[in-house]
Design a protein around this ligand. Sequence first.
Ligand code: PFF
Length: 479
Amino acid sequence: MSQSNVWTHKGTFILAAVGSAVGLGNLWRFPYMIGENGGGAFILVYALTVLFVGIPILMAETLIGRSGRKSPILAMTELTKSHNTSPAWQVIGWMGALAALLILSFYSVIAGWSVHFGLVEFSGRLSGADAASIGAVFSGLLDNPLLLMLYHTIFMLASAVIVGLGIHKGLEKGLRILMPLLFVMLLMILAYGVVFGEIGQAASYLFSFKLSELSLQGWLAAMGQAFFSLSLGLGAIMAYGAYMPSRESISRSAITIAIADTGVAIIAGLAIFSLVFAAGQETAAGPGLMFVTLPIAFADIPFGSLFGGLFFILVFVAALSSSISLIEPVAAYLVERFSLSRMQAVGAMAFVAWLLGILTVLSFNLWAESSVFHALFGKSAFDSIDFLASNILLPLGGVLIALFAGWALTREEVQRELGTNPTWYSLWQISVRYVAPVAVLYIFIRGIGLVSGDIWPLIIALGFMLSFVGGRSLWLKNS
Ligand code: PFF
């Protein structure tokens, strides 16, 4: 790879990866999942997952990206050849591309809602409005497929333009504007929450826990959320890692990214819940937390329209810095493989995701109650796509990435990338070889209800691990 495909500035990798990680997952999904899954108990499990599973896999992904120096699909193709492993590992790249497409399709629709709410908040229409009429703004939006399509289109175009302009003029330049903006707005919202909200109540809600409140589903949800929030398992971080200068430390970057991502989620949670409590609202509103409960709170509190509008710009910016990382891995592949121009490649990816997004748009109106998805999976198209991508493809992608990095790459290679401290190396290796795969598989098998009970999923996860290690000559040597 020529030098032109390496980030120009030191620290751009961290900026880009944090941009990818911080998004709707932190501002929208994390707070409502806390509300649905027992407050602090959810945060505890979440934090443990980030520490023991998230960070090691984040490092593994960056490592593979930087040693491959290509788009995830081609990097995996080359690594399987150069390491003489089974070609089956290439599924990592393909599954990742599919997950990116699926996530981008609904991500763009939901990010689009923030455009609507930003406009409505700034118009001052909601100031002093009652809960029913604010609820009607949200349901009115969801009931209107054309309006949803309009916002979905605006968001997709904005993302495509940034990626289309290229690694330096588009991504790097865009991120250097978006990210500082994001942090300034986040701090303003937090300050607003501290001044006008019930920050103490929010903190005790977030940081006190009863483990009994955490269900089996809660564990799966926390894991799915950790993968989603850290942008793991689909190659986004791998694609950015491919542009990372060789001298930058992967382990330090991974820890910084995880801390920043979790920190933003917690700050967002604090700010949102302190306003929600101040307005005497419920915490367990589900996905409507940000689009109904929070606007109700803004309607009640001084300068609500102004800060409400600001909050939704924050959501838009955070979502934009994430969606570009969903386009990049697939677009980079299309450029490398088919020699398309960058604009053509980005256009193709964005267009297919835009089309798929129609399924999500319809999930909130014409297909809200019944559709083929309800008949097949018992949930709407949006919920099915989200479940398939976040709870199945990302964790499975993560397990495969961990196993590949842990077993297929050589010690010298890994130490060249990660540094030579033997203790850190061993810790990382134990995580990606055993801890992360078994933990993810266990929760995954339990959570999707493949078998029932507590013991069987563990036996299956351990059985997989044993047969993987026992049969590794099959997977690691392609003779
Ligand atoms: N991490 C993003 C968020 O929390 O909103 C979502 C995301 C972006 C997931 C990029 C996966 C990805 F590759």
